[in-house]
Design a protein around this ligand. Structure first.
Ligand code: HEM
Length: 510
């Protein structure tokens, strides 16, 4: 090698080092605090990947560094904030400059053609899909879906009835089956019988369980992508991922989410063929298909498939986890459970026509209760983030295109100024009677890209709780030191929620 080539390589290396150094000065140049970097190439990711809970780690850093601080994902800067004015700017006022989430390796590999309303990385695609799908989740459509949810909840109650009185069991397992049953029936109109399938024979249940048991974003290639996504090496990871997919001929070795996506196609195709000869069914897939038909050429069959998949993924674990936390709070706060029971004694006389109205307008204390549970235990805080797509200024900070903004939801939800005067660590449903800052409550995110399935989830949670509390008294497995062990992969989930149930003696049960 000639001396000139050596000098050129040295200059190139120096330039790369200087560029990386400049990157790491991003927050220093803006006088924004930043925890010490554990690694030059990985940024703060080694810490975030090794802790038990990502959200708890952010909260700890907020206590140390304040309501706006910086982290690095590889060399990409990421703001972490719990300042509601800052959040409002990003999620609402300047939404057009922060319209997307971080693109995962899977999203980038499958490309825009297969993007869905959750993963859409282009504002135009997201806007079109969201506009088409929004009518699927209105109150009127929820009313139509309620009888199906009710059938599943009745099955859940039958299962509960087989639990011997006084024995301790993990209700979270039953909730997972319930929400899987609900989403399969409501989204695709299929009866998986998953609540009776205690041996886990159902392949869809297996795959969905697998998808949530292991966060594929934490396997080697997606990790490498997260570190390098902001550089040319991100493209190399995408190529490697596609190559891996091509050479994986063994179906069982396919990543569960890729497997599911491919197999959902069968359902959609079957339904497309079926509607030509059969009366349309009333489920989410049908509602989405109606939307496709009424909005010609605006949602392609591939996009429809991708959205069906996302409904399955988004609607399963979030809702079962919310139910699990609600049950834990019921067991822990017997006085509040009694108050909920009294409200049900007064208003819970459901028949075929009025159930949705009772749930949505009569059970006011139930609403406060569920809100308080979601304030203290937001199931998916990591999802609440945005990526900047245009240089801008937010609350005096100059933010560059490509930068991520992660919301520290726990710090917002436990902010005494936003949620006082009652101590924020106390479970106090009535605090939601008072008007709060519009960005202080974030379990479903905020702004135009907030959770599209919120109405559906709340209907399911409240219907299940109403049936549960009016039939049983929920007791903790032990009155001493009754705590949850919470860990976080994609969502913040308890390992288990162990309770005992006691049938209520009512006048009708004599
Ligand atoms: C208690 C249950 C649920 C919780 C806590 C929850 C939470 C969330 C959160 C935090 C987001 C991100 C919002 C943002 O970035 O601002 C989200 C988005 C989303 N959720 Fe949910 N969710 C729940 C249930 C559901 C259900 C049942 C469905 C479907 C039937 C669903 C479908 C979606 C979709 C499609 C998005 C993406 C919306 C978009 O990007 O436009 N979610 N959810």
């Amino acid at each position: 090698m000639s001396i000139i080539s050596i000098i050129l390589i040295c200059i190139l290396l120096c330039l790369v080092c200087y560029a990386v150094y400049q990157r790491f000065c991003y927050f220093k140049n803006r006088s924004i605090p930043c925890p010490p970097l554990p690694s030059i190439f990985l940024g703060h990711l080694p810490i975030l990947w090794s802790v038990k809970s990502h959200a708890e780690q952010l909260r700890q850093w907020t206590q140390q560094y304040g309501s706006v601080y910086g982290l690095f994902e590889g060399i990409r800067p990421m703001y972490v904030t719990s300042d509601v004015a800052f959040i409002e700017e990003i999620f609402v006022k300047q939404f057009h400059r922060f319209p997307i989430r971080r693109l995962t390796l899977l999203n980038r590999s499958i490309g825009h053609k297969l993007s869905n309303v959750f993963s859409a990385g282009l504002l135009s695609i997201w806007r079109r899909q969201r506009r088409i799908l929004t009518p699927t989740f209105t109150g009127a459509k929820m009313r139509r879906l309620l009888p199906t949810v009710d059938t599943c909840v009745n099955l859940f109650m039958d299962k509960l009835n087989t639990v011997p009185s006084g024995s301790i069991f993990n209700i979270y397992e039953l909730y997972k089956r319930l929400t899987m049953d609900v989403i399969c029936r409501c989204a695709f109109g299929i009866d998986t019988d998953v609540q009776n399938d205690m041996e886990n024979q159902n392949i869809y249940m297996k795959k969905v369980a697998e998808m949530f048991a292991k966060n594929h974003e934490l396997t080697l290639l997606p990790r490498m992508y997260r570190v390098t996504s902001h550089t040319v090496f991100g493209g190399i990871c995408v190529l490697l991922f596609k190559l891996k997919r091509l050479i994986t001929t063994n179906e069982s070795k396919l990543q569960a989410n890729v497997w599911l996506l491919e197999h959902m196609n069968e359902f959609v195709q079957q339904r497309f063929n079926k509607t030509e000869t059969h009366k349309p069914t009333s489920d989410l897939l049908q509602l989405m298909m109606n939307a496709v038909h009424s909005d010609k050429d605006m949602l392609t069959p591939t996009e429809l498939l991708s959205n069906v998949f996302v409904v399955l993924a988004a609607g399963f674990e979030t809702t079962s986890t919310a139910l699990a936390y609600c049950t834990y709070c019921l067991a822990l706060h017997q006085d509040i459970q009694e108050k909920l029971y009294q409200e049900l004694v007064e208003h819970w006389c459901p028949d075929e026509t009025n159930t949705y109205d009772i749930i949505s307008s009569k059970l006011t204390f139930m609403d406060l209760f569920v809100r308080e549970v979601l304030r203290m235990y937001p199931p998916v805080p990591q999802v609440v983030h945005r990526q900047c797509t245009e240089n801008t200024h937010v609350a005096g900070h100059d933010i560059r295109k490509g930068t991520l903004i992660q919301i520290d939801v726990l710090s917002v939800h436990y902010d005494q100024e936003l949620w006082g005067p009652e101590p924020v660590n106390e479970f106090h449903p009535e605090r939601h009677l008072q008007k709060r800052h519009p960005l202080a409550f974030l379990p479903f995110g905020a702004g135009p890209r907030t959770c599209i399935g919120m109405r559906f989830a709340l209907m399911e949670v409240k219907l299940c709780l109403a049936q549960l509390i009016s039939t049983y008294r929920i007791l903790p497995s032990s009155f001493e030191d009754y705590k949850l062990n919470i860990t976080e992969q994609l969502s913040m989930t308890p390992d288990s929620v162990c309770i005992k149930v006691e049938k209520r003696i009512t006048s009708s049960s004599h």
